[in-house]
Write a protein that binds this ligand. Structure first.
Ligand code: EPZ
Length: 425
């Protein structure tokens, strides 16, 4: 069992200006692993997941599933599940640490006929409502109400029945909830305005391998015809495109030359085009790509959008790169209402950034200065690391427990590329 470790007293120290060179192997995607692990609630026997990243968030999902009575063995990057849930109530002490815990609601309801899941908290980047997840459950036949901070869902005598889920806005998690619940509902379900993220497609592909009847994955309209039960399945988690994009920016911001392996470049098409527009050279191969840069980046505006647009999860990291670009860059964040928490910290490093509502204007400076900074959320932490890698002098980054949620062996991977980086109390 891999237990959740609280590392909120450690710091990362970086002496900047080393050019990163070499090859980095990307891990499995956190945002695919989490919903895939929740499938253990409905694929009860002989369900094997490989390429699982060892992260605080995947460990937390493991603890949450174990608490629900799911039995499994986790060795290295593989988890073998062999038993489904024994209870229908998820523990508040675990759910409160991770918003993605809401992903157990649908499969738990499908498996037990009822589910009691604490309302997950918001987080630094926004209130993170779950109304669309509840809409999914009600459309598929559940009765849902809230009581003392819990979402309580139960099925009537007809159980789960297919329906039309027409999302008023695109939601990755709610689309995943819909897929995981509808696969066992009687009849046909249509999901309209569905999310097209690669992690959603990976979840659907795993379910199809387990015998589910799903078409339209990766498009805005997904059609599901329910089946009685799901069969055993082996599935390898899709590589983490956000980790890969983060390392691509690390290569650009340090004027280095890095090959990023064990990835699917197609998942980062638009992002890699943007990186080229900033002056980096990008070479694409089958399961890898390389990024190199010899000069100061050139400013290039972005707007974050749902896939296949520019990923919101790379916005903070991109802002670090534009902080030292030649010119003024406008970054527009359209997915989350509060995803500029990294801005005041970048300003401490000498960046010149002005924000107004969902837009930031970054006037590139020649050099950032190593400073003491505080991470506020997962992707903001990576932004500060990237700034520190390029800055003159030494930076001290606090609050790095956020990093452990989404980046596996980050210090080792950066150090192997030549970064002067260490982690200590
Ligand atoms: C997933 O979060 C990812 N997390 C996020 O990654 C990612 O930023 C986000 O998708 C967008 O790509 C995981 O997959 C575990 P959403 P999710 O539902 O599903 C609103 C990271 O850094 N909304 O697509 O929670 C919501 O407030 C994390 O790895 C509702 O209004 O995101 C947001 O404004 C951060 N009601 C928008 O939709 C709902 O019921 C998109 O959110 C659900 C969402």
């Amino acid at each position: 069992m891999k237990n959740f470790v609280n590392t909120d007293v450690e710091k990362i120290f970086i002496k900047g200006e080393n050019q990163l060179k070499g090859n980095v192997l990307i891990s499995g995607a956190k945002n695919a692993a989490l919903p895939l692990m929740a499938l253990s609630l409905i694929i009860n026997k002989d369900f094997r997941l490989s390429n699982i990243p060892d992260l605080a968030d995947t460990r937390l999902m493991g603890s949450l599933l174990a608490d629900l009575g799911v039995t499994f063995e986790w060795k290295n990057d593989c988890i073998n599940f062999d038993g489904g849930p024994k209870k229908d109530e998820a523990s508040y002490d675990l759910v409160k640490h991770m918003r993605a815990s809401i992903l157990v609601l649908g499969p738990l309801l499908a498996s037990k006929g009822s589910a009691k899941v604490p309302l997950p908290g918001g987080c630094a980047i926004g209130t993170r409502p779950i109304d669309l997840h509840v809409m999914v459950m009600e459309t598929l036949g559940a009765n849902v109400f809230y009581d003392s901070g819990f979402i309580i869902a139960s099925l009537g005598p007809d159980g789960l029945k297919g329906g039309v889920i027409n999302f008023p806005k695109i939601s990755v998690g709610a689309t995943e909830s819909a897929i995981m619940t509808a696969v066992l509902a009687k009849g046909e379900t249509k999901i309209l305005n569905a999310a097209q993220e690669p992690e959603v497609v990976d979840l659907g592909k795993c379910l199809v391998s387990a015998g589910a009847n799903i078409t339209g994955l990766g498009t805005k309209t997904i059609t599901i015809n329910g089946v009685e039960k799901l069969n055993s399945v082996n599935h390898s988690v899709v590589p983490d495109r956000i980790e890969a994009g983060s390392f691509a920016i690390a290569a650009s911001i340090t004027k280095g030359n890095v090959e990023i392996s064990n990835v699917r470049p197609i998942d980062l098409n638009l992002f890699l085009e943007v990186l080229r527009s900033t002056g980096s050279s990008v070479e694409i191969f089958e399961n890898s790509f390389s990024v190199s840069s010899l000069k100061r980046p050139i400013s290039h505006n972005i707007v974050t959008e749902c896939h296949p647009g520019f990923p919101t999860d790379l916005q903070a990291q991109y802002m670090a790169l534009m902080s030292i670009a030649d010119g003024i860059t406008i970054v527009k964040e359209t997915i989350f209402e509060n995803r500029f928490m990294h801005v005041p910290e970048l300003i401490r490093m000498g960046a010149k950034i002005v924000t107004k509502s969902q837009e930031a204007a970054i006037t590139g400076v020649k050099k950032l200065k190593g400073s003491k900074v505080m991470a506020s959320d997962l992707r903001a932490s990576m932004c500060l690391i990237l700034g520190a890698l390029a800055a003159s002098g030494t930076s001290e980054i606090d609050g790095i427990f956020h990093l452990d949620r989404g980046y596996e062996k980050l210090v080792d991977k950066l150090s192997n590329l030549g970064a002067n980086i260490r982690r200590s109390y």
